[in-house]
Design a protein around this ligand. Structure first.
Ligand code: SAH
Length: 260
C-alpha cells in the first residue's frame, strides 16, 4: 500500500482523521526532512526515510519500491500532497516505470496505480490555513502562483502574475523567496505594479510558520510588501481590487452585503 498524505500546516490538530489513521497504521514514513520531523514527534517509533529538498524523485522511487515489496508506506507532504507536492510525481513514476514514458495512454493509468494500492489523502494547503489566520482574503475568486523558478521558467511566472492581475483575482503566492533567490517577492510585486491593473496601496498580507511555533502575520500594502522579509516558510496574499483591511483582518467581500 502506498499513501500520499497531506499533513496540513504542521500541528496535529490540523491533520485529518484519515491521515492520522494512515500514519498510525503504516510501516514506514517517507518525506522531506522538515515534514518527517513534524510527524516524528507524533509517531516516534515508526521507520523514517527522509531526504533533503532536491531529491524528490529518488525519495518517491524508494517509497514505490517499498510498497511493491509489500510494505505499507506513507509519503508525507506539507499542506496538501497535490499542491506543489509529491502526488503528481508518484503517479508519473508509477506510470513510466510500468509501461515506459511514451506509452502511458489515458486508459492505462488507473490499473497501473492500483498495482501498489495507491491512495491520495488530501490535507489543508497553506493558502487556506494562512487565509484563516488573516481573515478571509480568498473569499472570492483567487489564483495560486508559486514564485519558485526551480522547475518553472521565470517568464512563465511573470505571465501568470500579469494574467491574475488582469483578471482581478486575489492572488496567493507560494515559495515567495528562499536563500538562493531572496529577491523573487520584490520582482513579483514589481510585475504586478507595472501590469497597469494593481496600485501600490493594494491590501496584501503575509503569514509565516502557519500552524507552527513562531506563527506571525502582517497586513500591509503592495508597496510595503516589496520590502517584506519573506522566506520559504511564508505564504503571501495580494488582494483583489475589492479586498479590504478591516481592523486586524484582511477580507475580500463576496458581495453578500450589497445584495441584501
Ligand atoms: N504542499 C504544500 C506546499 C509546498 S510548496 C501545501 O499544500 O501547503 C512550499 C511553500 O508552501 C512554502 O514556500 C510556503 O509558501 C508554503 N507553506 C507551506 N507550509 C507553510 C506553513 N506552515 N507556513 C507558511 N507557509 C507555508
Amino acid at each position: 500500500m502506498l499513501t500520499i498524505a497531506g499533513i496540513g500546516p504542521g500541528k496535529r490538530e490540523g491533520m485529518t482523521e484519515e491521515v492520522l489513521l494512515a500514519l498510525a497504521q503504516c510501516d514506514c514514513i517517507v518525506g522531506y526532512t522538515v515534514y518527517t520531523e513534524l510527524v516524528r514527534a507524533l509517531f516516534p517509533d515508526k521507520e523514517y526515510y527522509a531526504t533533503p529538498m532536491t531529491q524528490e524523485t529518488e525519495r518517491c522511487l524508494w517509497a514505490i519500491g517499498q510498497a511493491r515489496a509489500g510494505r505499507d508506506v506513507v509519503v508525507v507532504c506539507g499542506g496538501d500532497g497535490g499542491v506543489y507536492g509529491m502526488a503528481g510525481l508518484v503517479c508519473e513514476l508509477l506510470a513510466s516505470a510500468s509501461c515506459g514514458e511514451d506509452t502511458a495512454a489515458d486508459g492505462e493509468w488507473g490499473g497501473l496505480t492500483d498495482s501498489v494500492g495507491l491512495r491520495i489523502l488530501p490535507g489543508v494547503t497553506a493558502a487556506l490555513s494562512g487565509a484563516a489566520v488573516l481573515g478571509a482574503p480568498l473569499a472570492h475568486d483567487f489564483a495560486v502562483i508559486s514564485l519558485s523558478d526551480r522547475l518553472t521558467p521565470w517568464e512563465c511566472i511573470e505571465r501568470r502574475l500579469q494574467a491574475a492581475a488582469m483578471g482581478d483575482f486575489a492572488i496567493c503566492l507560494y515559495n515567495p523567496a528562499s536563500k538562493g533567490r531572496p529577491e523573487h517577492l520584490r520582482r513579483a510585486c514589481d510585475v504586478l505594479l507595472h501590469s497597469g491593473y494593481v496600485e501600490a496601496d493594494r491590501i496584501c498580507g503575509a503569514v509565516r510558520n502557519i500552524g507552527r511555533e513562531g506563527q506571525e502575520q502582517r497586513i500591509m500594502t503592495l508597496g510595503e510588501l516589496r520590502d517584506h522579509p519573506a522566506d520559504m516558510f511564508t505564504t503571501v496574499y495580494v488582494g483583489s481590487s475589492r479586498t479590504l483591511r478591516l481592523g486586524k483582518y484582511m477580507v475580500t467581500p463576496r458581495g453578500y452585503r450589497r445584495s441584501s
